[in-house]
Design a protein around this ligand. Sequence first.
Ligand SMILES: Cc1ncc(COP(=O)(O)O)c(C=O)c1O
Length: 382
Amino acid sequence: MEEPAGPTSRAAISTRVVQGSQFLDEQTGALAPPLVVSATFNHANPQGLSYGRDHNPTWTLLERAVADLEEATDGVAFSSGMAGVAAVLELVPDRGVVVLARDSYTGSRLLLRDLAGQGRCEVRLVDATDLTAVTAAVEGAALLFVETLGNPLLSVPDLLGCSRAAHAQGALLAVDNTLATPLLCRPLELGADLVVHSASKYIGGHDDLILGLVLTRATELAERLRHLRTSRGGCPGQLEAWLALRGLRTLDVRLRRQTENASWLAGRLAQRGAVSRVHYPGLAEHHQHALAKSRFSSGFGAMISIELEADAATTERFCSATRIWANATSLGSVGSLLERRGRWEGEEYLPAGLVRLSVGIEDRADLLSDLDQALSAAGLAG
Ligand SMILES: Cc1ncc(COP(=O)(O)O)c(C=O)c1O
């Protein structure tokens, strides 16, 4: 029998996602978190705050709220997801080896390509779903960097296996958990040392902010990251941190609806003749479905990639013919977005007809009929 939830038991994550960003101002009773815009603080303040590049109470509220969801003990907010990725890469010793999942966000891949070009580190790209390949690649490495759900092919690395392989070599495991969010998967519980988020995506959820977060259980790593933020100046804007706190409160309901929509759409898209392949780990026929099911607590996320039997120009026509889906980059918002990924530098390796869909909260039948009419408009129906 399950233990009755007593007053000391930890609340469910769907409660904490709301309550974690709740605030109570003891003097006024205000419940909304304060947006502290001050760039400097009087030296006499009891919290020891000094300058706005070092710390900010609104950042701290966000860091604590997301750290709690990720089962981390500490979190550091950055000006963007990429600033967070860059800070994690700065933890690698000079000329150290970084192993990166091939199915990774193009920004992370390009940054590592630049760093390797400057001789700062060595980069090994690996198929992170192949543990034998990961184990071979991490030999002598300082860092293994993977994504819970690879962007854009939605691959699912075995994080437990990755953490064992990395730790056996004394390497750190960093996991970009942007696409999954802590509601679906908490990589620190599976052995990761660092979790990275682009909060510009699901955490913010409304396409109106750019912000990053790095979460960890290692005090020493958190201190180094905080120092990097101060010394490099990659600190978030106060308004962005406040908006992220506000977005966080609805993350669970948004993601549930988005995931339901995505799961339904993935099944329907797989039946369309013009769609030769659907990348979505929630599909029973997906080769990593069993692993994803065992690792993800409540669904398979709200991103789908489809491959159209079409060249780049026809695929672009399809993307620009939608009326509900915006033909735009980014993901995680309440509004549905799609784009042909091969349009970007670094993503030329993808099939010309690969379209990444970020499923929003709109009516799912409307979303499907919009894709169907766009297929017709591009001459791809049937
Ligand atoms: C998986 C992933 N990580 C990191 C980033 C970078 O985040 P930001 O745009 O907030 O710098 C992105 C951006 O698309 C992303 O998709």
